[in-house]
Design a protein around this ligand. Structure first.
Ligand code: HEM
Length: 147
């Protein structure tokens, strides 16, 4: 893990350019801080590597559990599975690999992720049932109400 991160950092350091510096994402911001002359902003390389590891583990575990949970619930609710598949095919086509532009068009897919996350927080056992009973608008107002 440490070596993979080091390789990414090295290639970013090499690709520094006049206009964008080290880039405007988190790694770019941290590398700018590492190379800064201001003592308070300076980050050591081992701190940057630790921060990248932290992001990797925090993002990987949560995302894979959400995807597993979503797949499990969609296998129990095949009507919703069909609706989501239809939306993905309509927006992305059958041959195209989805990208960030197409993701932003997947309203129903995003809605289901939000229902599952909010349902978990509120202790709903099968939050997707709510979508069946109350429809998309009903669930949207239900997850907005935080009691
Ligand atoms: C479904 C996906 C995710 C869920 C449910 C989730 C949930 C959470 C929760 C509940 C916290 C704690 C917030 C707190 O302490 O108040 C947290 C913190 C954090 N998450 Fe996520 N997360 C998700 C995805 C991600 C992803 C993709 C990344 C990185 C790419 C990430 C990076 C982090 C980091 C770095 C923190 C610590 C923030 C801090 O130190 O203040 N998370 N997340």
């Amino acid at each position: 893990m440490k070596n993979s991160i080091k390789r990414i950092i090295d290639s970013r350091l090499k690709s520094k350019c006049k206009t964008y510096g080290y880039g405007d994402d988190l790694l770019g911001v941290m590398l700018t801080a590492a190379k800064s002359n201001e003592y308070e902003r300076k980050m050591r390389m081992d701190e940057i590597i630790e921060e990248c590891k932290n992001f990797y583990y925090a993002g990987q575990g949560t995302t894979s559990i959400l995807l597993t949970w979503t797949t499990m619930l969609l296998s129990l609710h095949q009507g919703w599975q069909e609706k989501l598949r239809e939306e993905v095919f309509n927006e992305c086509g059958k041959d195209k690999i989805p990208d960030t532009d197409t993701f932003s068009k997947l309203k129903l897919v995003m809605f289901i992720f939000i229902v599952l996350l909010a349902g978990e927080e509120k202790g709903f056992l099968t939050p997707i049932n709510l979508a069946d009973e109350h429809g998309v608008d009903g669930v949207a107002s239900s997850v907005r109400t935080r009691d």
